[in-house]
Design a protein around this ligand. Structure first.
Ligand SMILES: NC(=O)c1ccc[n+]([C@@H]2O[C@H](COP(=O)([O-])OP(=O)(O)OC[C@H]3O[C@@H](n4cnc5c(N)ncnc54)[C@H](OP(=O)(O)O)[C@@H]3O)[C@@H](O)[C@H]2O)c1
Length: 256
């Protein structure tokens, strides 16, 4: 078993997930980084590059390519983490994507895949990890939510994403109470519109991103590192008495 603190981060090949890996990477930290590697596996190199960078910062790092649209994939990631490191302290359930459109413009399969990759993955991860997180000195769970749960900024709706993220948020709050006696905190971070890397999944055109920045009170998109900072706070020892909360990282978007 490693002596390092072990964090499982989903969606670690780009954007918020890779920024979180960079933020956490340090001696005494172990990271299990996972992503699908792109729809066709062609982006595995991006995940490997994040892992290499984190190793350079002193972390122990393992990667696992998995498609969370596959039932059972999330629990298998927990098993892989325990097999590799012998312990699991913290989970960041970040993998996801957004689907923009009205109720009926959104294809049926997007409702299904959103629920599977976003909500079901979160449920399966925490269920599989509960014994290890309970055994950890300071178990932590962070659910990466979204502004789309309770906002339709500029009239742009994301119904499939909102439903899946909203279900995960509700589960996170409920689990915060159930897991509190075990020393595990469960919190959510809700990014506003956040910059994408060139190999990220974007639901919007460049014009729509520009409009999103203009809608945001501080006049810019969030950077993945802005969101990673909030995630790192919930994972930290300093946040030990904070559970069941959602922290918005949105430049004030939720207020307008
Ligand atoms: N960017 C925003 O404006 C924004 C706003 C609010 C909330 N969020 C949320 O923040 C999270 C991260 O978003 P981001 O902007 O960092 O996006 P991103 O750069 O596109 O990263 C998404 C990550 O999720 C992984 N992923 C997607 N589908 C997957 C699947 N079926 N199985 C396994 N991994 C999968 C991707 O891996 P592959 O590339 O290998 O598929 C990638 O690593 C998401 O949950 C998103 O909904 C983002």
């Amino acid at each position: 078993m490693t002596g390092a603190r072990v964090t499982l981060i989903t969606g670690a090949s780009s954007g918020i997930g890779s920024a979180t890996a960079r933020r956490l990477a340090a001696p005494g930290e172990a990271l299990l980084l996972t992503a699908r590697g792109g729809v066709d596996g062609g982006k595995v190199a991006a995940l490997e590059a994040v892992a290499e960078e984190a190793r350079g910062a002193g972390a122990e790092v393992a990667i696992k390519v998995a498609d969370l649209a596959e039932p059972g994939a999330a629990a298998a990631l927990v098993d892989a983490t325990l097999a590799r490191f012998g312990r699991l302290d913290r989970i960041v359930s970040n993998a996801g994507f957004a689907v923009s459109g009205t109720l009926n413009e959104t294809p049926e399969e997007k409702y299904e895949s959103s629920m599977q990759v976003i909500f079901r993955t979160f449920l399966d991860l925490v269920r599989a990890a509960e014994p290890a997180l309970t055994a950890a000195p300071a178990g932590r769970i962070v659910n990466v939510s979204s502004f789309v749960v309770d906002q339709v900024p500029g009239g742009r709706a994301f119904p499939a994403t909102a439903a899946a993220k909203g279900a995960a948020d509700a589960l996170a709050r409920t689990l915060a109470v159930e897991f509190a006696p075990n020393g595990i905190t469960v919190n959510s971070v809700a990014p506003g519109f956040t910059e994408k890397e060139s190999h990220g999944h974007s639901a919007l055109s460049q014009a729509a991103w520009d409009a999103a920045a203009a809608l945001t009170p501080d006049g810019r998109l969030a950077k993945p590192a802005d969101v990673a900072a909030a995630i790192a706070f919930f994972l930290s020892d300093e946040a030990a008495h904070i559970t069941g909360q959602c922290l918005r990282v949105d430049g004030g978007l939720s207020l307008v």
